[in-house]
Design a protein around this ligand. Sequence first.
Ligand code: SIN
Length: 324
Amino acid sequence: MSSPAFTTAAEGSVHDLPPRHIAVHPLTGHIGAEIEGPDLSRPLAPEVVEEIRAALLKWKVVFFRDQPLTHAEHVQLAGAFGAPTIGHPVFGFVEGFPQIYSVARDRFAGRHSGEPLIRPWTGWHTDVTAAVNPPAASILRGDVIPPYGGDTFWTNLATAYESLSPTLRGFVDTLRGVHSFSAPEGQAATDDFKEKNRRRPLVSEHPLVRVIPETGERVLFVSPSFLKRITGLSPRESQQILELLFEHITRPEFTVRFRWQKGSIAFWDNRTTAHLAPRDIYSLDFDRQLYRITLKGDVPVGVDGRPSTAIEGEPLDAFSAGTA
Ligand code: SIN
């Protein structure tokens, strides 16, 4: 695999220094900070990029307000932090902007409406973990925002790992699991969803705990919508352990909730977080339209040094003309 395109701050550089070019306002004890200062529609100075990256490593998701970017500006912003992938390897991209994925209210029409939530963590996920190298980061931009409802949640998977008992940490350190895009438990997939999955199958095995190279942090890399089973356990053992871990990572104290406005941007470290797209919008009549760019990621490596493996599909590469 080629070297990762999500460039990260060198160890021991600006991580712990107070930023000088931006203001960072933490939002909770464990995750989320609002960043003030930069105009994201313009090319960013290297020191600003470095400070935003440091805030991202620390706070896992950072938010910006009043940044009404065009698609082209969004692509330029993403390029300052890494190499954008194709919008979505299975579900497509915005015409004319292959790096952008349209997060439209009804993009999976029929999947959500009226269907019961089987588990409170249904819908929580980390982006594209079915790929052997899930995106390092995602940059989501709000365009059409409902007057109320439609908030997104993120959770800090490093804090979730740290707050397990040492005995359970030792056990999950040894586990690996299979991730795929099949429809979440309890939800019927539309024919379109099934057909796209059939055409571009993606299935990978990842360690349940990955180590983040720049910080050495251990992260409980479980993505409730996509992690289907733990390798080597019986179905019942696998299901019960996953339920325990899914419930654990979605504990409210590990999370932050973001209220969108037009021009808001959420930029998250996709290696150390999971997020929950809103469901309340399906009982409201308002439209909601956001746009997302994901940055090429590394192949995760477990505590034992073993990398993830692809079961089906190709690694997610940086977008270049011809990839689409
Ligand atoms: C996503 O899952 O990337 C989109 C989140 C959202 O719609 O709030």
